[in-house]
Ligand binder design. Structure first.
Ligand code: 6PG
Length: 244
């Protein structure tokens, strides 16, 4: 797994780092092209999203972005558990992005049907590379159990599902999820893990330093064909890494 690790002094610096690279990428795309990004869920991105909305609403060309999700909880968009709601309230409603550029996963619908329909929606709106939609940028988080998107160690085979999006179950509470699979994750042009906090330092070092048993962590299977995998960490999350 070729990757690079970028460590930031704090969350503000990490958010500025994210914004800086995004602005450069958007400057490089052709006029009539869009930049497709798949957002991660959970709690970690919320601070970053709020920072982008408060500090980059006028400095990022939001109209060039098409926004998708890497996974969603099977709940209504109003639910406090909804990844869409988190991103909408912390970022999307606060920046000049057209509603037509936002492609949410309908967590309120039948999971299997929505997984299929969202795979079609992504295929219709994201340019292909090697017969598979290729996001320009895929954001991923990391759970303490080594899960990413909604691919959990107990169902790691889901990473190799032939589908683009599939149905998952969070083992702790049997909550149904809709998740991107390895087929579309590893086809992204760029994959960024954004992981923060001391609580994640151990799992990060196990995966990045490939310590014994690392293969059982779904996040260890993230290895984009483009070779562009970056871990964006704050100092606390990078605390256990030896070879920095
Ligand atoms: C989700 C996520 C999931 C998340 C990790 C980390 O829907 O929960 O997409 O993969 O990124 O669970 O979650 P935290 O950021 O809350 O630690």
């Amino acid at each position: 797994m070729s990757h690079s690790v970028r460590v930031f002094s704090d969350l503000d610096a990490l958010a500025q780092g994210v914004a800086g690279i995004l602005i450069k990428d958007l400057d490089r795309i052709e006029a009539d092209h869009f930049y497709t990004i798949a957002l991660s869920g959970g709690s970690t991105p919320e601070y970053i999203f709020r920072y982008l909305a408060e500090n980059y609403a006028e400095r990022i060309d939001w109209e060039k972005l098409l926004v998708f999700w890497g996974d969603e909880r099977c709940v209504a968009p109003e639910s406090s558990d909804s990844n869409y709601r988190m991103a909408y309230e912390s970022l999307l409603q606060n920046v000049p992005i057209p509603d037509a550029n936002i492609f949410r996963i309908k967590g309120e619908d039948d999971p299997a049907t929505e997984a299929r329909q969202y795979s079609e929606l992504v295929s219709d709106n994201v340019a292909e590379f090697e017969d598979t939609p290729q996001f320009d940028l895929m954001l991923l988080g990391l759970g303490n159990d080594g899960h990413t998107a909604s691919i959990f160690p107990s169902a790691i085979s889901l990473f190799n599902s032939p589908r683009l999006f599939d149905v998952a179950v969070k083992p702790e509470d049997n909550q149904k999820r809709i998740t991107a699979t390895g087929r579309i994750i590893n086809n992204a042009s760029k994959v960024w893990f954004i992981v923060t906090g001391k609580g994640k330092a151990e799992i990060i070092s196990r995966i990045i330093e490939q310590r014994s048993g690392f293969e059982k962590y779904p996040a260890s299977l993230v290895n984009p064909a483009s070779g562009h995998l970056v871990w964006l960490l704050d100092k606390a999350a990078a605390g256990n890494l030896k070879n920095l």
